[in-house]
Write a protein of this length. Structure first.
Length: 358
């Protein structure tokens, strides 16, 4: 087909919409780096604390150069992340913008997410090669910001929902209140692990991850949170961690990352008490591809392409479940590993919480 023939048959309205959405995406792509700068230099936090500021006032209060801050503020305002008042030439955050950008405990705190998406994309040259060879890329091969961004992205939602999720499991909460034994597998920097230890001081928690650097950070986090007496962290894979007769096994946003999810399920079954629960928290997803073609599904499939699928392919079996597997597929894998009971115990707009029992 010649260029002319191709151009003649184009639907101009549809093309216009595609160009428009590309413009939004182009702005969003560069916004990720600028959001991280705003977070790390305290630009959002200062706007939140002090209220409407001129570019010079914000620069002075944050010890930054006015000319950079001026350009940054204009791009933030164009994206709707900061509010500009043309009368006073001052910039500010609405309460909603502040909740999203300056409140690290908010369940919708986004700078950590921008840190994650900006840094995970740095793997693109290696990934391009992996597309040709089919080889995997391990989680540990990513930029360090991926681990910190993951912790800050997921942490606030665990703070907001973790206790509800545990409360939705069958009979687990009283056991943890009186003193139970929990293993959190694929714990990363320990964001969920430490929150469980905080909530159930009579219980003991072991965090497991194959990535030794993440385990070192998790140990530091537990010490600063004052829970090191009841949390320990060990380097191990999900298929081989030690221990038996756990009251609760948890996996937060990592089951789909495992190379051998069936083998992992079989190992969990060996380490859990017969009537107790395995809680699997996964990114929200529907069962059919066409039902996941949404903004959240797009993010899930993209991060899955960049990190989750390559990690699974880098490990033994290389099952590559993907971050948008959905309930039916997850049930299939878990039951293949020997669990007989599986149900959706809870959900949020971004998470599915499954409970499996032997
Ligand atoms: C997306 S991160 C989630 C970390 C943590 N659960 C959280 O929610 O903050 C996935 C984690 O799974 C770990 N992981 C991947 N494959 C693993 C395996 N086979 N065994 C143990 N951990 C694994 C990675 O090292 C990484 O820390």
């Amino acid at each position: 087909m010649t260029t002319d023939t191709r151009t003649d048959s184009l639907d101009q309205a549809e093309l216009g919409e595609l160009v428009e959405s590309s413009l939004v995406d182009l702005g969003a792509t560069v916004h990720a780096a600028l959001a991280v700068i705003g977070d790390e230099l305290g630009l959002y936090a200062t706007l939140d604390e002090t209220g409407p500021l001129t570019t010079a006032e914000l620069a002075e209060r944050t010890g930054t150069a006015e000319r950079y801050v001026r350009e940054w503020l204009r791009s933030q305002a164009a994206g709707g992340y900061v509010t500009y008042d043309p009368e006073t030439e001052r910039y500010s955050l609405t309460p909603e913008q502040a909740h999203l950008l300056a409140d690290e405990d908010s369940p919708v705190f986004m700078p950590g997410a921008f840190q994650l998406v900006g840094s995970v994309a740095k793997i693109a040259p290696d990934l391009q090669e992996a597309f040709r060879t089919g080889e995997g890329i391990g989680w540990h091969e990513h930029d360090e910001d991926v681990f910190h961004g993951t912790e800050r992205f997921f942490g606030p939602s665990y703070g907001a929902f973790l206790l509800d999720w545990i409360g939705a499991l069958d009979g687990i909460e009283p056991r943890l209140k009186s003193g139970g034994r929990i293993v959190d597998v694929g714990c990363g920097h320990g964001a969920p692990t430490i929150r469980i230890a905080n909530a159930y001081p009579n219980s003991t928690v072991v965090g497991i991850d194959y990535h030794d650097d993440s385990i070192s950070v998790a140990r530091e986090r537990a010490a600063s949170a004052g829970v090191a007496d009841r949390v320990s962290f060990e380097v191990a894979t999900a298929r081989e961690y030690d221990g038996a007769d756990y009251d609760l096994v948890t996996m937060f946003n990592c089951y789909h990352d495992m190379g051998d999810p069936v083998g992992v399920a079989a190992h969990v079954r060996e380490t859990i008490q017969p009537e107790e629960s395995w809680m699997i928290v996964e990114p929200y997803a529907n069962d059919r591809v066409e039902e996941n073609l949404t903004p959240f599904g797009r993010l899930g499939y993209a991060i899955s392409t960049l990190a989750c699928t390559p990690n699974s392919l880098s490990q033994d079996v290389g099952y590559a479940l993907g971050a948008q597997a959905g309930e039916d597929k997850t049930r299939e894998v878990v039951t293949e590993g020997g669990f007989t009971r599986f149900r959706r115990a809870a959900e949020t707009p971004t998470s599915l919480v499954f409970e499996a029992k032997p």
